[in-house]
Structure formats: structure tokens, C-alpha cells
Write a protein that binds this ligand. Structure first.
Ligand code: ADP
Length: 487
């Protein structure tokens, strides 16, 4: 019943076999979160397999970086078309191995397409050699060039298995680097299918290699072999990655967790704020780094906001289905499910109230958990500070704007926030006082996520570096200054 219609019978097996693991005979199995059943195996690469993959990518770099940027952009433009043409197949694989709702997968399709299109069009401009002022302008000529760093290692989590695997690789490739990707253990097949489409688009085979395997083994071996590390994942693992990269003196860019606040001000449009909270808290079953887990509602609007938010939350549909009408999908794994359940149980046992939700739904699927709104959350509860990464939000009231801002900033994370108000000036003023890399005004995260021209990333413990825009491609380059003295 859960077999996706568009996945031809041996597709997963072929994808698994496309990883070259000459040293290791070990494999790891992948399960369908909808049922907990095993759906296939991929190799568990050894550290030597990783080194071999990186050295193939290093060899491929010479040819790839000798192509003109226009020619590289043509490959990424064809990839854009292929992702759109083959979206049904990509979505089936994504839904099968991540358990997400199809509509959440569709956002990945759009995000990859946008990134490919944007960087294919703009890379040349971002990387163009630029004349610089010399010390004695008339007697010197000074130029700044951007040179690819070399081989970029990309390490990704399971929550957005398509877009996180390729969207950060796209600018790296356009800048003339080659890439070795280590996808999450839970979701390797989507990444392997994306690699296949990149090849079909004309990318030389070794310019994008995938190494599947265990995080600490394959991940660390990759960091030791590459010239730049792009990591997306938890803050805890991010520290280990940065430490190792630091030891090797290779640069890294880290997009880590959040504990994102949403502020609903007393002059907010209540129905817009309720819809924003539904989207912002429960998209991808809350397994989204930009998702809101702390919702602060001002006194004047609290009693109108909360009942409507509860009512809308109760209406959300959950179903282990590949169809577009599912609103909330499964959690990805038993580990994630246990974490969410523990956060909720801990909060309730310490006095919080689940005004809606709060329960696992084994009748729907083994890792389904109800969208949950908690009130009465206090400091001693785990859910107050730690990222849950599930469909769970704590709602708290506040009185004046300063208190709201202070509450929003009372976190060691600083990824995303949103402010809801009908007074645009007030919205912008408050947004600028929140210590987060992105802030949406009357928007949960879509304007930010979709705006590939502006930087996105975290302040505080939410990361280092940014994706998107000029910064998102220049980070994969080294500058070289050449200056000539003219007598
Ligand atoms: P989660 O706990 O949500 O699975 P992680 O941050 O641990 O998130 O995982 C993100 C990615 O980092 C995965 O691809 C995982 O395999 C990888 N990873 C895990 N541990 C390490 C490590 N020590 N070094 C490098 N990568 C790692």
C-alpha cells in the first residue's frame, strides 16, 4: 500500500549500487517512516572509500574548473529543467524515505529549481575579476580574482533531503569546485537520485560524488580530505565539525539548529497570524530549522489568537500517504519520535498543558505525532530551551514590546524569527532588534527561504556563514590579488 507508484521496482537498488565503496562491504539499511519497514540498503563507506572519492573529485576539478562559467551554468540550467520534469519521481523517493508530506517535498523541488536558476544566471557577476584601487592609482594596476577553493565537502541532514543536498552544492560547482556529498543516514536515496540527474544534465561524473555511511566515520573522513566543509545539521554535531575543520585549517560554513520565536503583536491581523503560525510551526511536521517553537502573543490579542490557532491545529490532516492532500507527515525516525515525545511528556509532567495534541498516533504510523500546542511552559522544562524539531510549539503571553523582544532574544540560538503586526514601521523596528539571521514581518519563513538573493543563516549558536546571494557563492572561493607596478 505504501509503494510509490512512480518508483520503478529496482530504482532504489540501482541508486545504492551507484556509490562506489571499494574498501567496505558494509551496508546500512534505510526505512520508510510511514511503516517502519526497510526499503533498501546503501553502502556504509569506509574512511578509505571517502578519501578515494575525494581524490577522484580532485582530479575532476582540473577539467571542470577549466570550463567557462557559461558552460558550467548550462549544466545547472539543464539540471533545473530535469528537477522540474522528474519531480514526481523525486517526490516519491523523498516521501518514501523521509515520511514527509508531499507538499513539504514540493517546496524542496521549488527551492532547488530556484537556486539552480539563480546561480546559473548570477554566478558570473558574483565572481567576475574586479579592478581595485592601487596605492598609487596611476602607477599600479591591482586586480582581485576569485579562485575555487578545490573540493567542497557537503554534509547534510535528513529533514530536507533534496534541497539541502544540492542547493549548497550548486554555487560550489558554479564557482569551479567539485563536490563530495555525505547525505544523512536516514535519507540517502534522494541525494543519489539528485546526483544521477546532475549527471544527466551533463555534469562530469566525478564532479559530484556521493559517499553514504555513518556520520562520525564518513563525516570526519570527509572533513579531513576536503578544502571546504558545508555542514547543515544539529548545533552539537556542528561543533564537532567546526573543531575538526579548525584543526585542519579548512573553512567551514555551518547552518545549525534554531529555537525560533514568533511575536504576535496586539495590532496583528489575527487570521493571518494564525495561518502563519500553522505554516511556521507545523510545516514538515516541525522538522525545519526555520520553524517556530516559541510563540509569544501580546496581551491584547491573546484571547482571540489562541482559540483560533487551536481550532486550526485540530483540523490538520495526518496520513501515511503519497498524495498532496496530507498536511502533516510523519517524523523521520524512531530517534526523532522519541525526542519529540520526551519533550512533550517532560513538559506535561512538570505542569504544562497540551491545549491541543500531545499524543503519538500509532494508529496512523509508528512515528506520527500530533501537532501540539503547549501553554504554561516554564524554564525547567526541556522544551523551553532545546530545539524539539517536531510539531510542538509553546505559546506564552507578553505585555509590552520590550518584553516581547527580550523574550525573543532569550535563547542561545539566533536563526529565524517573525513579527506579526499591521503597523509596518513597528514591525521593521522590532525586527531589527531581534538577534536572528532572518526575520519575517507578517511572514513565517517563505519570503526568506524563497528569496535566494538574500543571505540566510544563523547568529549565535545557530551557525557560521550564510547560504544564498553573493555570500552563498563567494564563500566557496579564495581571493587572489595581483598587483602590477607600472613605471
Ligand atoms: P541529527 O541529530 O538531526 O541527525 P546531525 O547534525 O547529527 O543531525 O546530522 C547531520 C549530518 O551530520 C548527517 O549527515 C550525519 O551523518 C552527519 N554527522 C553526524 N556526526 C558527525 C560527525 N561527528 N562528523 C561529521 N558529520 C557527522
Amino acid at each position: 500500500a505504501f509503494q510509490a507508484s512512480h518508483i520503478p521496482p529496482d530504482t532504489l537498488g540501482d541508486l545504492g549500487r551507484s556509490v562506489s565503496a571499494e574498501e567496505s562491504d558494509d551496508s546500512m539499511s534505510v526505512e520508510a517512516p510511514f511503516t517502519g519497514e526497510r526499503i533498501g540498503d546503501v553502502p556504509a563507506c569506509s574512511p578509505r572509500d571517502v578519501t578515494a572519492a575525494v581524490s577522484r573529485a580532485r582530479t575532476a576539478r582540473t577539467e571542470w574548473s577549466s570550463w567557462s562559467i557559461e558552460r558550467r551554468a548550462d549544466v545547472l540550467s539543464r539540471f533545473h529543467d530535469l528537477v522540474l520534469d522528474r519531480q514526481a519521481e523525486l517526490l516519491d523517493v523523498m516521501v518514501l524515505e523521509s515520511g514527509k508530506a508531499r507538499r513539504d517535498g514540493y517546496e524542496e523541488i521549488l527551492d532547488v529549481a530556484t537556486n539552480a536558476r539563480y546561480y546559473a544566471a548570477r554566478a558570473e557577476e558574483f565572481l567576475r575579476p574586479r579592478r581595485r584601487d592601487g596605492a598609487i592609482p596611476l602607477a599600479t594596476k591591482t586586480m582581485e580574482y576569485r579562485t575555487p577553493v578545490g573540493v567542497v565537502g557537503v554534509i547534510t541532514p535528513w529533514n530536507y533531503p533534496l534541497t539541502l543536498a544540492v542547493s549548497d552544492a550548486i554555487p560550489a560547482l558554479l564557482a569551479g569546485n567539485t563536490v563530495v556529498l555525505k547525505p544523512a543516514e536516514e535519507t540517502p536515496f534522494t541525494a543519489l537520485l539528485a546526483a544521477k540527474l546532475l549527471r544527466e544534465a551533463g555534469l562530469p561524473e566525478d564532479a559530484f560524488r556521493v559517499v553514504t555511511g555513518w556520520g562520525d566515520e564518513v563525516g570526519l573522513a570527509l572533513i579531513d580530505a576536503v578544502d571546504f566543509v558545508n555542514f547543515t545539521g544539529s548545533t552539537e554535531t556542528g561543533r564537532t565539525v567546526a573543531e575538526r575543520a579548525g584543526k585542519n585549517l579548512v573553512k567551514c560554513s555551518l547552518e545549525l539548529g534554531g529555537k525560533n520565536p514568533m511575536l504576535v503583536l496586539d495590532d496583528a491581523d489575527v487570521s493571518a497570524a494564525v495561518e502563519g503560525a500553522i505554516r511556521g510551526c507545523f510545516t514538515n511536521a516541525g522538522q525545519l530549522c526555520l520553524s517556530f517553537e516559541r510563540l509569544y502573543v501580546q496581551d491584547g490579542v491573546y484571547d482571540r489568537f489562541l482559540p483560533r490557532f487551536v481550532e486550526r491545529t485540530r483540523e490538520l490532516s495526518m496520513d501515511p500517504s503519497f498524495d498532496y492532500d496530507v498536511e502533516v507527515g510523519s517524523l523521520v525516525s524512531e530517534r526523532q519520535f522519541e525526542k519529540v515525545r520526551n519533550h512533550v511528556d517532560d513538559a506535561v509532567s512538570k505542569g504544562a498543558t497540551a491545549v491541543v495534541g500531545g499524543n503519538a498516533r500509532p494508529d496512523v504510523g509508528p512515528y506520527f505525532f500530533e501537532p501540539t500546542i503547549l501553554t504554561g511552559v516554564t524554564e525547567e522544562m526541556t522544551v523551553a530551551r532545546e530545539e524539539t524539531f517536531g510539531p510542538v510549539v509553546a505559546v506564552t503571553r507578553f505585555s509590552d514590546d520590550e518584553d516581547g523582544i527580550a523574550l525573543a532574544n532569550d535563547s542561545d540560538r539566533g536563526l529565524n524569527a517573525s513579527v506579526w503586526t499591521t503597523d509596518s514601521d513597528r514591525g521593521w523596528e522590532i525586527a531589527r532588534q531581534i538577534d536572528c539571521g532572518t526575520v519575517g514581518i507578517n511572514d513565517p519563513y517563505h519570503a526568506i527561504w524563497a528569496s535566494v538573493d538574500s543571505p540566510m543563516g544563523g547568529m549565535k549558536d545557530s551557525g557560521i556563514g550564510r547560504r544564498h546571494g553573493r555570500e552563498g557563492i563567494r564563500k566557496y572561493t579564495e581571493s587572489q590579488t595581483v598587483a602590477e607596478q607600472r613605471f
